[in-house]
Design a protein around this ligand. Structure first.
Ligand code: NAD
Length: 445
């Protein structure tokens, strides 16, 4: 990191030269053969399996993640994605025939996936391995050259990846640029063939504006407030257990974490008690001592989160310690819709419960706000579940289990509206990082 130049590239290579160098590689055709793609994916897999200890140590230093959580949500996640891609890539890339109109007689038509060229991947700090390497794997599988920009807010992980990626992957086609705003700004001034950004919507706008200068398409994986509706007819102990597992993973710093709960008054009161029991069952009487509970990434976010604690009655948790950036798993009850905690994505271990009159009011509540990245519904009624699917818009909908949809490799992962545009994972990454070219072939005379 020390030899990073002001212009945002390692070893003093200006951003323009770096992109030109990778584009030169792409033009030779080196990244296009299936064999090169498979080899790069296998090397990326080896990077993950051979350096688990270093990656886990970095994730612990940056986010207090336990080794088990580091493996499950960062390292193994990407390994599974790579394995799924390796198993299906040849099939996904196969040209798809298209029927031709009668007027075209003996012609045939098909689509073929073309790599885009040089892709920029910008990652955030919360799952700093998963969210850099999953898009990287997709971009390589699609046959592109890639500049990978880890988040400066997870500096240990950034440093490990900056060391390992050039050692394992083809340095002529893959580069890592560490750094923050100045370095990313220098990169964004270049012409890429696609920019894939994960992070907050304010920076998403910066990225899209910069990309517009070059008419470069973007994928924006953003966040927002993902609501939960809990109906009165479900087993609240089970609901609480699943909500606690989804909400307090990585200390709530998960883009698809349940942000807040909507429930009718009777269910809301019973749920608060059930959540208290579930927090204790998962993290013990003192979550600060639990090896499975993470820490807030930095003091700025810690101060932001503790500033939200007054938004309701503390039903669970509330304890915090700035020196260790510990904030207990916290549930706030009786939260008013206009309170501070309901204004922005929480992105931390605070779960507000907002009372609503009925299902209609819950649906209206969701529709009155920005389209979320995920929406979770716990209800025994098929009609209620269907109504949420049909009457609201969100990146994904999960019935009965938060977060799990993103582990299904054949589901597209992405947002809609303020929660993002485009999607990836599995074959959707091939869609994101390829151009689907139309081919028409008429026999030559
Ligand atoms: P962050 O601060 O690490 O920023 C993300 C990236 O943007 C970093 O690489 C950073 O260097 C870069 N960046 C920051 N400011 C910039 C600027 N002015 N110009 C150019 N680049 C800049 O991460 P964050 O934004 O705090 O991440 C949290 C947000 O990301 C939340 O909203 C969360 O919901 C969302 N998120 C979404 C997903 C998803 O898959 N949809 C996943 C994780 C996080």
């Amino acid at each position: 990191m020390n030899d990073r130049a002001q212009d945002g590239t390692p070893h003093g290579e200006p951003a323009a030269d770096l992109v030109a160098r990778l584009r030169g590689t792409f033009r030779t055709g080196r990244t296009k053969p299936l064999a090169w793609r498979v080899d790069q994916l296998q090397r990326l897999r080896a990077l993950l399996t051979e350096n688990q200890a270093d990656l886990a140590a970095a994730l612990r230093a940056d986010l207090g993640k336990s080794e088990a959580e580091a493996r499950r949500t960062d390292v193994d996640f990407v390994v599974r994605e790579i394995d799924h891609t390796l198993a299906h890539l040849a099939d996904w890339l196969r040209p798809e025939p298209a029927p031709v109109p009668d007027a075209l007689g003996g012609a045939t038509a098909r689509t073929q996936y073309d790599p885009l060229g040089v892709v920029l991947v910008i990652a955030p700090w919360n799952y700093p391995v998963q969210l850099l390497l999953t898009p990287l794997a997709g971009a390589l599988a699609a046959g592109n050259a890639v500049v990978a920009k880890p988040s400066e807010l997870a500096p240990h992980t950034s440093a490990v990846l900056a060391r390992l990626l050039p050692a394992y992957l083809d340095p002529a086609a893959v580069a890592v640029v560490e750094g923050g705003v100045p370095e990313t700004t220098a990169l964004l001034a270049q012409r890429f063939d696609h920019v894939f950004y994960t992070g907050n919507a304010a920076v998403g706008r910066v990225v899209m504006r910069a990309a517009a200068e070059h008419l470069t398409p973007v994928t924006l994986e953003l966040g927002g407030k993902s609501p939960v509706f809990v109906d009165g007819d479900v087993d609240l102990a089970t609901v609480a257990e699943r909500l606690v597992a989804g909400k307090f993973l990585n200390a709530g710093q998960t883009c698809v974490a349940p942000d807040y709960v909507l429930a009718e008054p009777a269910a809301a009161a019973a749920l608060a008690d059930a959540l208290a029991a579930a927090v204790e069952a998962r993290y013990g009487a003192d979550p600060a001592a639990s090896p499975h509970y993470g820490r807030i990434v930095n003091e700025r976010h810690f101060d932001r989160l503790t500033g939200l604690l007054g938004s309701g009655r503390t039903a669970v948790g509330g304890r915090h310690d700035r020196a260790t950036r510990y904030l207990a798993p916290t549930v706030l009850a009786g939260v008013a819709p206009d309170s501070p905690v309901m204004q922005e994505e929480i992105f931390g271990p605070i779960l507000p419960i907002v009372e609503v009159a009925d299902v209609d009011a819950a649906i209206a509540f969701v529709n009155d706000r920005e389209k979320p990245l995920a929406l979770y519904v716990f209800s025994g009624s098929a009609d209620v579940r269907r109504r949420f699917a049909d009457e609201t818009s969100s990146g994904a909908i999960g019935y009965g289990l938060p977060l799990a949809h993103l582990t299904v490799p054949d589901l597209p992962f992405g947002g809609v509206g303020e929660s993002g545009m485009g999607s990836y994972h599995g074959r959707y990454s091939i869609e994101a990082f390829s151009h689907r070219k139309a081919v028409l072939e008429e026999p030559a005379a």
